[in-house]
Design a protein around this ligand. Sequence first.
Ligand SMILES: C[S@@+](CC[C@H](N)C(=O)[O-])C[C@H]1O[C@@H](n2cnc3c(N)ncnc32)[C@H](O)[C@@H]1O
Length: 233
Amino acid sequence: MPSFADFDRRNYRTVDVATGYDGWAPTYEQTVMDEMDLALLDRLRHPDWRRIRRAADLGCGTGRTGGWLRGRGITDIDGVDLSAGMLALARVRGAHATLAQADVRDTGLASGGYDLVISSLIDEHLPDLAPYYAEARRLAAPGGTFVLVSYHPQFMMVTGMPTHYTPESGEPLAISTHLHLFSEHVAAGVGAGWQLAEVAEALVDDAWLAAKPKWAALRGHPFTMALVWTLPR
Ligand SMILES: C[S@@+](CC[C@H](N)C(=O)[O-])C[C@H]1O[C@@H](n2cnc3c(N)ncnc32)[C@H](O)[C@@H]1O
């Protein structure tokens, strides 16, 4: 399998997830665009959000996904994240019923109780997808759905850009980044017992280029994707 290092064009100094997101937390929401993830969620045909009672939000960050779920009337949401700095902002936002500092591969949440597991923009920080899909499977109730939003591997390969931010020091820092091909997602998802129900891709378009004109050469390329996985009842 190719590794992100084979494509890295920035070669920034790399920090681990907790260090990176604790440092990024104060400015994170000014740099992440809703087109990357929330606009993709808006477009999904599955699940029927009105039927969701209980959700687990893996890598909940500052609570952007939780806020979006609240907008769909879902309030029973348990969030986990490794970064204390991101969790502190999620607490202020108040979109989640509970928040805990934990790894998405070993959340400590109860088995089989969630009709929705959702996880947005985090899989590029995991070296191996299998434990992540397996933990989502453990949490999900029969008939449950796993919605995963990811950077598109094509975008990572074309841009050679790791997940990164620029702290006050002015030195850009990469946060440990891994490339996962679509086939790796399918192998990990199917291996954990999930069935793929829907895939949506967000493309670099006029809306995106209005905010990021420097990406004009990438018009039409996918930059994120949403995978919707389901379990039989
Ligand atoms: C790009 S942010 C996305 C946050 C949120 N889901 C959103 O869409 O705004 C990635 C988040 O995943 C968390 N994260 C990365 N790896 C993790 C892991 N192994 N376990 C728990 N959280 C993790 C980071 O701390 C960070 O808050």
